[in-house]
Write a protein that binds this ligand. Structure first.
Ligand code: T68
Length: 838
C-alpha cells in the first residue's frame, strides 16, 4: 500500500482561521468565507450569502473533529453501527451544530457585532426534508444520540434531490410544490466521488463452473447505475465525536452513452442517463403506506447495495477478512425499506466474493437487526414476484433459496402445520404471488424490536406472532426517544435558561436529571417564571400565526395543538368533532362561560390520500366559520399551519399547553411528537396507545388527561360488530355535530363536500371516533377546568417536564447499544496534523 506523503500544512494558520473560537477569529473567518466561498462583499451579499458564510465557518470547525473521529475508528477498527434508513428527516443543521459545538452565544455575539441577526441567518436554511414523519425524524434523533454517546456509527440513506413536498393551501385545500432544497447549495455535505460504487438492475442470471469446478451464478444486468456518496458530519453534544451520515446520489455510469452515442442515438443515451438519475430524484411521500411502485423498489436496492459495498470496502481497507463482517458492523434496518439487504449481502458474499452459502448465511444472520415501526396492514411491504424478478433476478433466486432452508427449519419445529408454513413463507402464494419483506427481515436478523412496550407486545401477539413462536429470543422492545438538544435546548432557549439556572445543565446529556425540578414545584416564584416562559413562547407563535395566517390569536387562551401527518387512524377529525361541539354550545348559549382555546393543526397529507386531504379541507372550513362568527368572538380560534416541518415544529412545541395524542388505541406504534410536547411542559390528552402509555406512567395519571378505549377493548368491540349509527342516534351532541356537517353548515351550504367523510363515519368508522367521542369530550372538560386553575396547571406542567427523562433518545440508544449492538463507545482525542499524515 502507498504511504501518504507528509503534509506540510502551516498548522498555526489552519488552527487560527479554521478552528479558532474567539469572537475575533469567528468574525474574520466569516468575512473570509463570504469573500472566498460566496464571492460576495457585504454590500452585495444577501441574507442567504451571510447564512452560507456562517455555515462554512461552522463546518470548518467541525472538520478537525470529523477527521479525528474517522482516523480513530480506522486505527482501532472500531465496531460500527450502520443505520440503514430510506429516510433521515434532519431539519436545519446550523443551529444544532452551534449548540453541539458549544458556541451558540459566542457566534450570536460575533454576528451582532457585524451588524447582522443570527435568527435571520438561521431562518435562511432550507431544511433537508428527506423523510415523511416519525420514522425519518427518529433516525435523525438516533444519529445525534449515537454521536453524543460516542458510538461509532454511519447513517446510510438516499440523497433525494426533492425531499418531502412543500405544502401550500389553496381555498383551504392542500396543494403540493416540489421541494428544491438543493437549489442554493448545501454547505453541510462533502461529495466523495472516489468512493462511488455500481449497482446492477434487471437482466438475467446464468450458471457457470469456476476454475475450481464450483457451481457459481453470474448476473448479467440490463442496467448499471452509479452511486456517489455525499457525507454530512454528525457532531455529538459538546464532545469530539463527529460521525457521518452518508447519502447516495444516483448517476449514470461514465460509459452510459458509449454504445448509443456511437450509434448516433444521442437522445437514447441521454434518456438512459435520466432514467439512472431518477433513482434518487424524489422521496415517496407516503407515511405508513406502501404503494408497491417499481421505482421505490429500485431506490431500496440502490441505497442498500451502495451501503453494503461501502461497508465491505471499509472492512477490506482495514485488512479484515469478510468472515469478520458481522464483528465489524451491525446493520440496523429502519423498518423493511432496507430489508432487501438480507438478500443483497448474501449475493455480495456468495457471488462476488466466493464465500460458501452456509458461511455467508451465518455472517448475514449475525449482521442485521430489524426495527418494526407500524402495525398498519397497508404499510407492510410486499413486492409482486414478477416485478421483483424482473428488476432483481438474482435476488429472487436467493430469496427462494433462503426460503427453502427456512421452511425446513419451521417444519422441523412445527411438523404438519401447513397453515403456519403458508403464513411464514417469504412468498405469499394466496393469490398473486408476493415477496414479503417483513418475513425476510425477521428471518435474516438476529434481533427484532418494536418501538414502544404496547407495540412490541402487539407484534408478538399479532402481526409477527409466528416469528415470535419460532424465535422468541430475537424479540425485544426499544421505546423511542427524541433528542433534547434539538427539541429543548435549540427550540426553547427560555426554558433552557430557567432549567440551567435551577438545576445546572447536566440534564442536556442526562435527561433524567430533570427530576431535580420536582422540588421547585413548591416554589411560587419558580412557577411564575415557568408560566411567563410559556406565555412568551405562545406570544412568539401568535406573532407567527398573525404573519402567516392573518389570524389574531390570544396568547392567554389555551393552546390546544395537534401536529403530525394527517391520517385517519391519528384522528385529527376527532379534534374537529370537539371544536364543533363547543361551537354548538356557544351558539345555543352565547353567554356560556367557556375556557378560551386556540386550536392549532399542522401536518401533510399524502398527495394520493383523498380522505386525508378532505380532513385538511374540513379543518380549514370549520376554521373559516368559527373564526368569523361574532357570536364566538375571541373565545375559539382554529388555525391550520401550513407546511409543518422540523423548522416549524421547533416553534410549536415550546408554545403548547395541550398536546393531542388521540390515535385509536393499538394503531400508533409509538409516536414521538407526544414526547417533544411533554418535555416542553405541555400536558397530554391521549389514548392508551403507543408511548402515551409509558409517558402517562412516568408523569403520573393525575398529570395526564386519559380517554378512550384500550387496544383490547378496540379489538373486542370490532369483533362484536361495531355500529357507529347507534352512537350517533343515542348521543344528542354528537348527532348535532354530524347533522350540521351534513347540512353543509361548514361548507357554504354544500351538503356534498364532506359526504365521503361523514358516510365513512356513519357506516364503518374504522377508527372508532364515535365510540371514543363521549369520553374525549369529558376529558376535554377536565382540561378546561384544570386550565382555569393556573397554579394547578403550572404544577402539572412542571411535573411533565421533570418526569420526561426516560424519553431522551440517549436512553433509547444506550439500550440498543447494550442489548442489540454490543458496541463499546470510543473516545476521540483531537489528532494533530502530524498524526493524520502518518
Ligand atoms: C412511525 N412510522 C410510526 N412511517 O407511525 C410512529 N411508512 O408511531 C413511530 O413513532 C415512528 O414511526 C417512529 O418509530 C412512520 O413514520 C413512515 O414514515 C413510513 C414511510 C414510508 C413507508 C411507510
Amino acid at each position: 500500500m502507498q504511504t501518504a506523503p507528509k503534509l506540510q500544512i502551516e498548522t498555526a494558520r489552519v488552527e487560527d482561521d479554521r478552528t479558532g473560537l474567539s469572537i475575533e477569529t469567528l468574525k474574520r473567518a466569516f468575512l473570509d468565507n463570504l469573500f472566498y466561498i460566496q464571492g460576495k462583499f457585504p454590500r452585495l451579499a444577501t441574507q442567504h450569502d451571510y447564512y452560507m458564510a456562517l455555515a462554512y465557518t461552522v463546518r470548518d470547525r467541525l472538520l478537525q473533529r470529523w477527521i479525528s473521529t474517522a482516523a480513530t475508528y480506522t486505527e482501532q477498527s472500531s465496531r460500527t453501527v450502520a443505520y440503514l434508513s430510506a429516510e433521515f428527516l434532519m431539519g436545519p443543521q446550523l443551529g444544532n451544530n452551534l449548540i453541539n459545538l458549544g458556541i451558540y452565544d459566542r457566534v450570536q455575539q460575533a454576528i451582532e457585532e457585524l451588524g447582522l441577526n443570527l435568527d435571520t441567518l438561521l431562518d435562511q436554511e432550507e431544511e433537508p426534508g428527506l423523510g415523511n414523519g416519525g420514522l425519518g425524524r427518529l433516525a435523525a434523533c438516533y444519529l445525534d444520540s449515537m454521536a453524543t454517546l460516542e458510538i461509532p456509527s454511519l447513517g446510510y440513506g438516499i440523497r433525494y434531490e426533492f425531499g418531502i413536498f412543500k405544502q401550500g393551501l389553496q381555498n383551504g385545500w392542500q396543494v403540493e410544490f416540489t421541494d428544491k432544497w438543493l437549489r442554493l447549495g448545501n454547505p453541510w455535505e462533502i461529495p466523495r466521488p472516489d468512493w462511488a460504487v455500481q449497482v446492477k438492475l434487471g437482466g438475467y442470471t446464468e450458471a457457470y463452473l469456476d476454475a475450481n469446478g464450483h457451481y457459481r451464478v453470474r448476473w448479467i444486468p440490463r442496467q448499471v447505475v452509479k452511486g456517489v456518496p455525499y457525507d454530512t458530519p454528525i457532531l455529538g453534544y459538546q464532545i469530539n465525536t463527529c460521525n457521518t451520515l452518508r447519502l447516495w446520489s444516483a448517476q449514470a455510469p461514465e460509459s452510459f452513452d458509449f454504445e448509443a452515442f456511437n450509434s448516433g442515438d444521442y437522445l437514447g443515451a441521454v434518456q438512459e442517463k435520466i432514467s439512472s438519475e431518477n433513482l434518487s430524484k424524489v422521496l415517496y411521500p407516503n407515511d405508513n403506506v406502501s404503494q408497491g411502485k417499481q421505482l421505490r423498489l429500485a431506490q431500496q436496492i440502490f441505497f442498500v447495495s451502495c451501503s453494503l459495498q461501502d461497508m465491505i470496502r471499509i472492512l477490506l481497507r482495514q485488512k479484515l477478512p469478510l468472515s469478520e463482517f458481522s464483528q465489524k458492523f451491525t446493520v440496523q434496518l429502519n423498518d423493511t425499506h432496507p430489508a432487501i439487504a438480507v438478500a443483497e449481502l448474501m449475493r455480495l458474499l456468495v457471488d462476488e466474493h466466493g464465500i460458501a452459502w452456509d458461511q455467508a448465511w451465518d455472517i448475514t444472520r449475525n449482521s442485521f437487526a430489524y426495527t418494526n415501526h407500524t402495525l398498519m396492514p397497508e404499510a407492510l411491504e410486499r413486492w409482486p414476484v414478477e416485478m421483483f424478478g424482473q428488476m432483481l433476478p438474482r435476488h429472487l433466486e436467493i430469496v427462494y433459496e433462503i426460503n427453502h432452508h427456512f421452511l425446513d427449519e419451521v417444519r422441523a419445529k412445527f411438523p404438519d402445520d401447513g397453515d403456519r408454513i403458508r403464513r411464514m413463507s417469504l412468498i405469499d402464494e394466496s393469490g398473486e404471488r408476493f415477496v414479503r419483506m417483513a418475513n425476510l427481515a425477521c428471518v435474516g436478523s438476529y434481533a427484532i424490536n418494536g418501538v414502544a412496550a404496547l407495540h412490541t407486545e402487539l407484534l408478538q401477539k399479532d402481526v409477527l406472532h409466528d416469528f415470535y413462536q419460532l424465535y422468541p429470543e430475537k424479540f425485544n422492545n426499544k421505546t423511542n426517544g427524541v433528542t433534547p438538544r434539538r427539541f429543548m435546548v435549540l427550540s426553547n432557549p427560555r426554558l433552557t435558561h430557567l432549567l440551567n439556572d435551577t438545576i445546572g445543565d447536566s440534564w442536556v446529556q442526562h435527561l433524567d436529571h430533570l427530576q431535580k425540578l420536582e422540588t421547585s414545584v413548591e416554589d411560587a416564584s419558580f412557577r411564575q417564571r415557568w408560566w411567563e416562559i410559556k406565555q412568551a413562547n405562545k406570544h412568539d407563535l401568535a406573532t407567527y400565526i398573525q404573519a402567516h395566517n392573518g389570524i389574531t390569536v390570544d396568547p392567554e387562551s389555551l393552546f390546544d395543538i395537534q401536529v403530525k401527518r394527517i391520517h385517519e387512524y391519528k384522528r385529527q377529525h376527532l379534534m374537529v368533532l370537539h371544536i364543533i361541539t363547543l361551537y354548538n354550545r356557544l351558539k345555543a348559549n352565547p353567554n356560556l362561560d367557556i375556557t378560551p382555546r386556540t386550536f392549532l393543526f399542522g401536518g401533510k397529507a399524502a398527495p394520493g390520500y383523498m380522505m386525508a386531504k378532505l380532513i385538511i379541507k374540513l379543518i380549514t372550513s370549520v376554521a373559516d366559520v368559527v373564526n368569523n362568527d361574532p357570536a364566538v368572538g375571541d373565545r375559539l380560534k382554529v388555525v391550520f399551519l401550513k407546511n409543518f416541518n422540523v423548522k416549524l415544529a421547533q416553534h410549536i412545541y415550546p408554545a403548547a399547553d395541550l398536546s393531542e395524542q388521540v390515535s385509536m388505541a393499538g394503531k400508533e406504534a409509538s409516536g414521538t411528537g407526544n414526547m417533544k410536547f411533554a418535555m416542553n411542559g405541555a400536558l397530554t390528552i391521549g389514548t392508551l396507545d403507543g408511548a402515551n402509555i409509558e409517558i402517562r406512567e412516568e408523569v403520573g395519571p393525575e398529570n395526564f388527561f386519559l380517554f378512550g378505549l384500550t387496544a383490547a377493548e378496540v379489538k373486542a368491540l370490532k369483533a362484536s360488530s361495531y355500529n357507529p349509527w347507534n352512537y350517533y342516534q343515542s348521543n344528542p351532541e354528537l348527532k348535532e355535530v354530524i347533522d350540521r356537517l351534513k347540512a353543509g353548515d361548514f361548507s357554504g351550504g354544500n351538503p356534498d363536500l364532506f359526504r365521503p367523510l361523514i358516510d365513512s363515519l356513519l357506516s364503518w368508522d374504522n377508527y372508532l371516533l364515535f365510540a371514543d367521542y363521549q369520553s374525549y369530550i369529558e376529558a376535554q372538560e377536565k382540561v378546561s377546568q384544570a386550565y382555569r386553575d393556573r397554579d394547578r396547571w403550572v404544577r402539572m406542567s412542571i411535573l411533565n417536564t421533570a418526569r420526561m427523562g426516560k424519553f431522551s433518545s440517549d436512553r433509547s440508544i444506550a439500550e440498543y447499544a447494550a442489548d442489540i449492538w454490543q458496541t463499546p463507545s470510543v473516545k476521540i482525542e483531537l489528532t494533530d496534523n502530524a498524526r493524520l499524515s502518518r
